[in-house]
Write a protein that binds this ligand. Structure first.
Ligand code: DGL
Length: 265
């Protein structure tokens, strides 16, 4: 048994979708969440910047004695997970592989769509991974760079996100995709809009739920589950603004114990 916190990070507020899922499947755990609000968005940045930011935050979380690191960001998972795994001797998990596993289970016709940031889509990580798993799976990817600022600004319903979603999803609508990975942790907050545009026949895969299940099984298999009822979520940001607070209040009412500013660079 291990009562140390689970460390989670993302570029901003989106990774809280993973925290929400974690607190549902692992209600006893203490979670330390870092939102890199000073440097959001990651999706339009270079690989070297994303590696540097991810390393700084992971090191900070390890200093806080976290027992496992969850990269709650598809962009950082695409570009930094293998680097962090090979350079740090700690358990680290990203959001890509859990989502891939769920999508592979759900698809009936092996036509899978992936939405993500520019950096995630340009990394080709999803198509490469699916190819390794099953040559017959075909992947249609689409970068949706405006989705992150919409979510960060709280535009998750109404005509503005709807018209942006229509613009991005037209290509997907014209395919036979039956399963669509929301390949950015901000996107589950736009799931209703995305479903409205694509219709109910396309199954949406939320990587936060898939990742939380994977974290649970990793902790269980390694005897690292908390045995005390810690149940707390402490949130740390690299730049503190009232906007972040408002967004957190609006979307994540579930017991966030504190929000503090930290320096990681
Ligand atoms: N939420 C992140 C992701 O999953 C990052 C979005 C961004 O910062 O551009 O990709």
């Amino acid at each position: 048994m291990d009562n140390r916190p689970i460390g989670v990070f993302d570029s901003g507020v989106g990774g809280l979708t993973v925290v929400n899922a974690l607190s549902k499947v692992l209600p006893k755990e203490s979670i330390y969440y870092v939102g890199d609000t000073a440097r959001v968005p990651y999706g339009n940045k270079s690989k070297s910047s994303i590696l540097k930011f991810s390393l700084q935050i992971t090191k900070w979380l390890l200093k806080q004695n976290c027992k496992i690191i969850v990269i709650a960001c598809n962009t950082a998972s695409s570009l930094a997970l293998s680097y962090l795994k090979s350079n740090l001797s700690t358990s680290i998990i990203g959001v890509i592989d859990p989502a891939i596993k769920y999508a592979q289970m759900k698809t009936k016709n092996k036509q899978i769509g992936v939405l993500g940031t520019r950096a995630t889509i340009n990394s080709n990580i999803y198509s490469n991974r699916f190819k390794e798993l099953d040559q017959k799976i075909s992947v249609i990817s689409k970068a949706c760079p405006l989705f992150v600022p919409l979510v960060e600004e709280g535009f998750i319903s109404g005509p503005i996100p709807l018209s942006v979603a229509k613009h991005y999803l037209n290509d997907i609508r014209e395919t036979d995709v039956d399963t669509l990975i929301l390949g950015c942790t901000h996107y589950p907050l736009l799931a209703t809009i995305i479903s409205n545009v694509l219709g109910p026949s396309i199954k949406l895969i939320d990587s936060s739920l898939a990742t939380a299940d994977k974290v649970k099984s990793m902790l269980k298999n390694n005897n690292l589950l908390a045995d005390k009822n810690l149940s707390e979520i402490n949130c740390y940001v690299t730049d503190y603004t009232k906007t972040f607070n408002t967004t957190v209040d609006r979307f994540f009412k579930s017991n966030i114990n504190s929000i503090k500013k930290i320096d990681v660079f």
